[in-house]
Design a protein around this ligand. Structure first.
Ligand SMILES: [Zn+2]
Length: 409
């Protein structure tokens, strides 16, 4: 218990440290995106936000890559200006289609607005109500600047969520973990791809987006039954959802675990097996290629991503995520092998996946098998195999939950 408390405080210290770094003197650090000389100005096309009273993600979409800086300004009562955070986007202009100002009013931010600050610079201003911490980074293809804002924990003020219907009755005497509020209450299951994004497609035509949705739907049922947690899906039909919005769903729902489900692909049709990832930097060329494909970016953009991730990984739950990845991987492989003895376990790896960047909870991405391998594609099309994948992941998550509860008792 003492150790847990210490770790929590250590975590806050690190967050505050990053916050200070992110403020002024190191502003240029997050704005290293290169601009080709003489390139036409990019347009700010859209500003979106996803929020709850503890967390807001603002996404600024641009028509191309460019440099940016940011700064936090103190409240200025003389000119009746609140505390605000601005992002200066170089070599940019505002698209006529940009709808703004954008009212947010979630307790953290009041609104977002964009203006042509000078000939070459667009300034996006976030008017602050009350924030504790923020992070700014960017993703590519399309280029978008992401601002994650975190508030003071407003526990109790959040609207109550309905418990999962299939949840077993609570034990008569709550465990210490439950008393401490450490019980896993909510799990977000993310079926990769969807809509216009098919993901990988097998030789026989099986689409990754369809397979992973089937698995996610299975997980929704079994995870609710086994863990008693509420299961939230980022999509439950054939819809396209940008990667950064999936992460934002997990954060705004205040999920305790985030699982992104994918099927692997390789030019080598013989490549096969199961692997589970957590967010980390890597030198492994195969893992980088896979992350590039799942991020829908070219491999050459991945070195930029590894650079921006350096700071973000320090504040991510790397240890818990790698432990969750290990139990899920072990459980998934052993469960599949009981019926399909030749299934290969390729282990747990770290790689920079967009969908895992900025999550507040232990988060993993499972590559359940290779859709590019004809034998595995045929299995992925078979509901018996899907059922074993679902059972394997569920057992792993359940074991992780139980171990975590024992650890604090
Ligand atoms: Zn995928």
């Amino acid at each position: 218990m003492k150790k847990t408390t210490k770790n929590i405080f250590l975590g806050i210290d690190i967050l505050l440290f990053i916050f200070v770094l992110g403020n002024d003197s190191h502003a240029a650090k997050t704005s290293h995106a290169k601009t080709a000389p003489g390139k036409a100005a990019v347009k700010v096309t859209e500003i979106k936000h996803v929020s709850n009273p503890n967390y807001t993600r603002v996404i600024i979409y641009l028509s191309g890559q460019t440099a940016f800086t940011h700064r936090l300004l103190k409240e200025d009562p003389k000119i009746q200006k609140p505390r605000r955070l601005y992002v200066d986007i170089k070599n940019a202009s505002i698209s006529s289609s940009l709808k703004q100002p954008i009212p947010i009013n979630d307790g953290l931010l009041k609104m977002a607005r964009a203006g042509q600050y000078n000939k070459g610079t667009v300034r996006v201003v976030l008017d602050i109500e009350s924030i504790e911490n923020y992070k700014i980074f960017y993703f590519d293809e399309p280029f978008r600047i992401i601002v994650d804002v975190i508030g003071k924990k407003q526990a109790g003020k959040l609207p109550p969520t309905e418990p999962a219907k299939a949840a077993p009755p609570e034990p008569a005497r709550p465990s210490l973990a439950q008393q401490l509020g450490l019980k896993i209450k909510r799990i977000v299951v993310d079926a990769g791809h969807g809509g216009k994004d098919s993901g990988a497609v097998g030789k026989a035509g099986l689409k990754e987006k369809d397979v992973v949705l089937r698995i996610a739907k299975g997980l929704k049922e079994t995870l609710a039954k086994e863990t008693g947690a509420e299961i939230v899906m980022t999509r439950d039909d054939d819809t396209f959802i940008p990667l950064e919005e999936r992460t934002a769903i997990a954060n705004t729902k205040e999920a305790d675990i985030f699982i992104s489900v994918h099927a692997n692909a390789s030019f080598n049709r013989k490549a096969g097996g199961v692997e589970t990832y957590f967010l980390n930097l890597t030198n492994d060329a195969v893992a980088i290629r896979l992350a590039a494909r799942e991020n829908a970016v070219s491999s050459k953009k991945m070195s930029d991503l590894q650079y921006i991730l350096n700071d973000l990984i320090k504040t991510s739950k790397t240890n818990e995520s790698s432990r969750l990845a290990a139990v899920v991987q072990e459980s998934l492989v052993s469960n599949l092998r009981a019926k399909y003895s030749d299934v290969k376990g390729n282990g747990v790896k770290g790689a920079p996946f967009y969908v895992l960047v900025g999550t507040h909870m232990p988060s993993i991405l499972v590559e359940v098998s290779f859709i590019s391998n004809p034998k595995e594609e045929a299995r992925l099309a078979d509901s018996a195999y899907i059922k074993e994948i679902v059972a394997g992941i569920t057992n792993g998550v359940n074991r992780y939950v139980k171990e975590m509860e024992v650890a604090v008792e």
